[in-house]
Design a protein around this ligand. Sequence first.
Ligand code: AMP
Length: 587
Amino acid sequence: MALTMAALAAAFQALEQTRRRGEMVAVLGRLLASADMQEIARVVYLCQGRLRPPFEPLEFGLQATLMSRALAEATGCPLEEVQARYQRLGDLGTVAGELLPPVGAGLRVLEVYDRLYAIAALSGSGAQGGKVARLAELLRQLSALEGRYTLRIVQGQLRLGVGDATILDALAASAGDPGLRALLERCYNLGSDLGLAAQLLREQGAEGLRRFSVCPGRPVRPALAQRLTSPEEVLRRIGRCQVEPKYDGFRLQVHRLGDTVRLFSRSLEDVSGQFPEVAQAVPRQLQAREAILEGEAVGYLPETGEFLPFQVTSQRRRKHNIAAMQETIPLRLFVFDLLYADGEAYLECPLSVRREALERCLRATEGETLCLSPALVTADAARFQEFFDEMVAEGLEGVVAKRLDSPYTAGARSYNWIKLKRGYRAELADTVDCVLVGYLLGRGQRARFGIGSLLGAVYNPERDRFETVAKIGSGLSDEGWRRMKEALDAVAVPHRPARVESVLVPDVWCEPRYVVAVQADEITRSPQHTAGRDGSATGYALRFPRVVGWIREDKRPEDATTVGEILDLFRLRRHETTRPEPPLPVE
Ligand code: AMP
C-alpha cells in the first residue's frame, strides 16, 4: 500500500513531540519500514527536509513573502493576515497548520514529492509566479498537518531534530537487523547519500551495501585526523610514518568524470563554480580520465612563495565576483590523497600504495595550480621535528602524520592521520570547533549590541546530540558581534532544539547550524556544561574561551569537535602537565 502524506506528517509530528532518541529511532524505523521500493529514498530525503542528497544543489528559491502568497491563495485568507500570523509565529509551517482544514485530499507521499520537485526545478523568467501557483495548488489539497511540514520543507526549516546518525539507526531498525548498521554506515561514508543507502538495502539487502563502492561524482565523507602534541608521541603510536605539511585553507575533493570536473567542500557542498582555476587545471594535469583526489586549497602568492592566512584564503569561498577574487587571491591545491582512478578504488589500499598511484597520476609541473603535497617518510623524531619547524617557519599550521599501512578511513576520525599544530604552551595546542546553539544578551558595554556571549557545544556522535562546552564572550570585534547576532537571529528558535543538551538557558536559542573555532586555555570539569556528562552531574568546559576567526562555512554541525575529542584533550593536557614537557615549537 502506498504511503500517504498523512502518514508521513503523523510520523513527523511524533518525532517533533519526543526528545528521546530511542523513541525517535522507533518512530522513524516504522515509517521507513512502511515505505516501498519506489518511496524509500524519497522518504529519507524528506525526513532530512530536502528532495535530493545534500551535495546536489536543488533549492526551492522561494522567499517567505512568496510562500505567504501561495498560502493566502490556497486558503482564501487575506495576504496581510497570513503575514501578520507569520510575524507572530515565526514559522510559515505553523501558520499553514492554523489555516488549512483538518483533512486533505489524501495525497500519496510520492505525489507530493514529485510536485515539490517540479516546483524546485522550475527556472527561467516567470519561474517565481509558476512556483507560487503550483505551491498554492498543492497546499489546497493538503491537511493542516501535511501543510505544516510541507511548507517547512519548502522553507528549508523542517528541524525534526533527526541527524544522519539517527536515520542510520532507524534504517537498520526498519530492516529488523541492528547488525546492518555498520554496512549502512560504510555505504553512507562512501557515497554521502542516505537515500541511496536506504534504496540499496531495500533492493539488494546486505549484499548490495557490501558491494557498494566509491564513484566519481558522489562525494566521499572525508577522513579526519586525531591530534597529539609531539613527534615522539606520534612515532610511539604509529611508528615510521609519512609526514606532510598541514595547510590552513579549505579541503577540496576533486572528482573528474572525463571532461567534467566537480569539486566538493569538506561539508560535501558542490563548490565547482567557485574555483575555476582548479577545475581547469584538472584535465591538464591529471593522467586519469576518471578520478577522485583530495587536497587542501590555499591562497598562495607565486612571486614570493608565500601562503596566505586562512582568513584571506576563505574569502575565495564565495558565489559572486569569482574572477576578480581569482586575481587577488590565487589558489594552489596541495593534493595529498587519491581515492579512485580509472576503474580502481584505492580506499582500501595502504597509504604508501595510494601515494605511489597519486604520484603516477599527477603531472605536478612547477607553477601549476595542482601541486603534490610534499611528504617525508621517517621514523626519526629529530628529523620529524625539523620538518615541523620548517613548515611552521613557512607560515603553515604544522603537520599531519599518516600511518603508512592505513586505508582511507572515510567519515571517521582516527589515529591513521594525526595532526600536530604549532601552539603556545599556555594554551591548548589546538582550537575546538564549537557549534553555536544560542546566545546570552550580556550586560554593560556589550548590551548595546544585544548579544553578550555565545553558547557553544560539541557533538556527541553516539547519541546524535550537541552538548554544551563553553560560554564564549570574547574574540570578536564590535562589527563581528553585530554580524554574529544577525547570523544567529536568522536561525533563532523559540525553544531548546531537540538535539541540544544544556543546563544553561540562553536568552536566545539557535538551531545548531554554525561552527566557530574556539581557542581556550584548558579544559576543566564543570557542572555548568553537559559535554561528556554521561550520566554524572559534571561535564567538561573550556576555560577562557575565545572565538578565532569567523563562522566556519566549510564545517557542518556534525563536523564540530566531538565529546570524545574533548575527553582526549583533557587527558592529553593532564598528561602533558604531569611530565616534562616535550620540546614544543615556538611560533
Ligand atoms: P582540523 O580541521 O584541524 O581537524 O584538521 C584537519 C584538516 O586539515 C583536514 O580536514 C584538511 O582540511 C586539513 N589539511 C591540511 N593539510 C592536510 C594534509 N596534508 N593532509 C590531510 N589534511 C590536511
